[in-house]
Design a binder for this molecule. Structure first.
Ligand code: GLN
Length: 221
């Protein structure tokens, strides 16, 4: 079994906790905790970095003295960054705050912050996602409803080992990067990065996907 933490410095962490708790009877999860200190971080096997404001999460992490611990954690432990969390995991973020912002610098992708416009431009879209078939209890091709809130887009993959999982059809986001559609979910070694908010729906297949991924990773180490 695994103990999963959700970074709870700012943003949509409660919803992730609820989604994980809803899985406790069907996946091998022993405990789900909110992580605010390096001690709590050290106690978990896998981590979710939620959506919110990536600049704020990084600032609070820095002030809490846990930025270096986070950097070390994400090198090897299963970690899922959603939205702002994806930005934090990335090696390269465009449209960051003046003066730059701290990144965990581990996922070899380039993300564009706020790629789909402002808060009012938030949208949802249903897409079939073959990568979820394994966690769909026998039914295949059931579309997932993706929620985008001032979301980042993955503009480029900067290492051939990065696996692309889901992309949006052309026509969403800025044309400079959307000619072939925009990538919104990737996997790389121990890391999962998604630009949407799966914790805001009742469909918990992405959480199951991550838990399975984390169980595989922890079994190997
Ligand atoms: N716009 C936020 C950022 O740049 C991310 C938005 C979100 O996490 N919903 O950090």
């Amino acid at each position: 079994t695994i103990r999963i933490g959700v970074l709870a410095l700012q943003g949509a962490f409660i919803e992730h906790i609820h989604a994980l708790n809803s899985l406790r009877n069907i996946e091998h999860i022993s405990n789900v905790i909110e992580v605010r200190t390096k001690e709590e971080l050290a106690s978990v096997d896998a981590l979710i970095i939620p959506g919110g404001e990536s600049t704020t999460i990084a600032l609070v992490a820095e002030r809490s003295g846990m930025l270096d611990d986070l950097r070390a954690f994400v090198q090897t432990k299963p970690t899922w960054g959603t939205c702002a969390g994806l930005i934090l995991l990335s090696k390269n973020a465009i449209h960051t705050k003046k003066g730059g912002q701290q990144l965990l610098n581990v996922l070899p992708v380039t993300v564009y912050r706020n790629q789909f416009g402002r808060q009012v431009d938030s949208f949802t879209i249903k897409l079939s996602s073959p990568c979820l078939d394994a966690v769909s209890d026998g039914s295949t091709n059931v579309p997932f409803e993706y929620v985008f809130i001032r979301a980042p887009a993955i503009a480029s993959i900067d290492d051939p080992e990065v696996e692309s999982l889901v992309s949006l059809p052309p026509g969403h986001g800025h044309t400079e990067i959307t000619e072939n559609g925009v990538l919104v979910a990737v996997k790389y070694r121990n890391l999962l990065g998604t630009s949407f908010h799966p914790e805001l729906t009742t469909d918990n297949r992405w959480h199951r996907y991550f838990v399975r991924m984390a169980l595989g990773e922890t079994a190997q180490s």
